[in-house]
Write a protein that binds this ligand. Structure first.
Ligand SMILES: NC(=O)c1ccc[n+]([C@@H]2O[C@H](COP(=O)([O-])OP(=O)(O)OC[C@H]3O[C@@H](n4cnc5c(N)ncnc54)[C@H](OP(=O)(O)O)[C@@H]3O)[C@@H](O)[C@H]2O)c1
Length: 395
């Protein structure tokens, strides 16, 4: 652990080859006197992982896909770096003692590594929203047990973190999460149904990995974020709302009972929340984009349209229903997004598949999220249903 104020913080990044992982590496490289890399992981992008390990002098590197271990070993031969592979390798990377672990794996694959980092007593800065969506109760309970605060990297949650007055939690009337509306904000339902992957991957404001970009286009991302926020901030579901704000200048707002509405603003640049988490509880200068209010000129706000964006409706229903329905919904969505990107279903097929799996599994009753094994079992089962149902939607 950090022994003196002047020592650099040791940082591990799970999902170092992704969009958040790379932005995190950039922020760390910009302040070597403050941060040093300990462990890095990736799933299959072995070359980028090896390159990052060398560039950032990593001490421990793990590749999720075990078949790539030999290649990783070759790429890093002659360097004093400990190597590992497979799920055990990822869990070890997460468990190594550091000052901060950045959880930037995409999807439910991030659940176990996030838990492992917390169980080892590491401070976690979490971008991987699916971990909280699927296993929020278990993960938050572990953070509490370890007396650790999960630092939110997601820009909306990081914004709320900065304006959320814990001491006045009973006086919070509303937490508002903003949404850009994505590339299809002004499209008709019919046009959205037929949107191509190329169109869905063109986000107007944010440069992100493929899965979260598709989720943004369907607005499932906003639904996942509301569920994530519900776990992080422990206030009742009916106090959360979503407002479409196409300029992405305000990322989150908190309304207090005295009428004050606090907003957090910044450029749409993931480096800002990452820099905030790295320096927390202090603040430190970082080479992030600056929001110029005069250039911005104006801000607009709209209500989300749950008819054109049924994924947001489904996520809000899953949150309201509770239990493991968000877990089921997330698994179905991951299968649906992969099928859409592979060209097997239409964009409109994404919510249809998610709804079909939620309906099917809800028939069996939704269990509380009591332990991680159950979460992963439900995830597997929901993926199975989703894959079985896919042929009904293939074009
Ligand atoms: N990108 C953003 O601006 C942004 C903003 C807010 C929140 N988030 C959230 O942050 C998370 C990461 O997003 P991203 O856009 O950075 O994703 P991304 O660019 O797709 O990167 C995902 C990372 O996870 C690794 N990974 C993928 N599958 C894995 C598996 N099965 N096991 C272990 N590692 C695996 C990838 O390794 P390989 O490269 O080897 O595949 C990569 O390092 C997501 O949950 C997303 O919702 C992202």
């Amino acid at each position: 652990m950090q022994s003196a104020k002047t020592d650099p913080k040791m940082v591990s990044i799970l999902g170092a080859t992704g969009s958040v992982g790379q932005s995190s590496l950039d922020m760390i490289a910009a302040a070597p006197e403050r941060y040093q890399i300990h462990a890095l992981t990736a799933h299959s992008n072995v070359k980028a992982l090896a390159q990052a390990a060398l560039a950032h002098d990593a001490k421990f590197v793990a590749i999720g896909d075990e078949t790539l271990y030999a290649e990783l070993k070759d790429l890093l031969s002659g360097h004093a770096i400990e190597l590992a592979a497979g799920e055990q390798g990822l869990l070890e990377a997460a468990s190594r003692q550091t000052d901060i672990v950045i959880g930037a794996i995409v999807g439910a694959a991030g659940i176990r590594p996030t838990m492992a980092a917390l169980q080892a007593g590491n401070q976690v800065a979490l971008a991987n929203k699916e971990a909280l969506v699927c296993a929020g109760d278990v993960i938050m309970a572990e953070a509490k047990r370890q007396d650790l605060r999960i630092l939110p990297v997601d820009s909306e949650h990081n914004a709320i973190f900065q304006i959320f007055e814990e001491a006045n939690i009973d006086e919070i009337d509303e937490v508002i999460i903003t949404a850009s509306g994505g590339p299809f904000r002004q499209w008709s339902l019919d046009a959205i149904e037929r949107a191509t992957a190329e169109q869905a991957l063109k986000h107007p404001n944010w440069d992100m990995g493929a899965k979260v970009t598709i989720d943004s286009a369907s607005m499932m991302n906003k639904g996942l974020e509301v569920i994530e926020a519900h776990h992080l901030y422990k206030i009742s579901q009916d106090k959360f709302s979503v407002v479409v704000h196409p300029q992405s200048a305000i990322h989150g707002l908190v309304r207090y009972s005295d009428g004050s509405l606090l907003a957090h603003m910044g450029a749409p640049d993931m480096c800002i929340p990452i820099a905030h988490c790295l320096a927390w509880p202090e603040r430190a200068s970082a080479p992030t984009k600056r929001l110029d209010l005069v250039t911005l000129g104006q801000m607009t706000f709209e209500a989300p349209d749950l008819v054109r964006f049924p994924c947001l409706r489904l996520a809000l229903e899953a949150m309201k229903h509770g239990g493991n329905l968000p877990n089921i919904m997330n698994a179905a969505n991951e299968v649906a997004v992969a099928a859409f990107l592979a060209g097997n279903i239409t964009f409109g097929g994404i919510p249809r598949l998610v709804e079909a799996v939620m309906d099917k599994m809800a028939e069996q009753g939704c269990l509380p999220v009591s332990d991680l094994d159950l979460v992963l079992e439900v995830d597997r089962e929901a993926r199975g249903y989703a894959r079985d149902h896919l042929p009904h939607l293939c074009h």
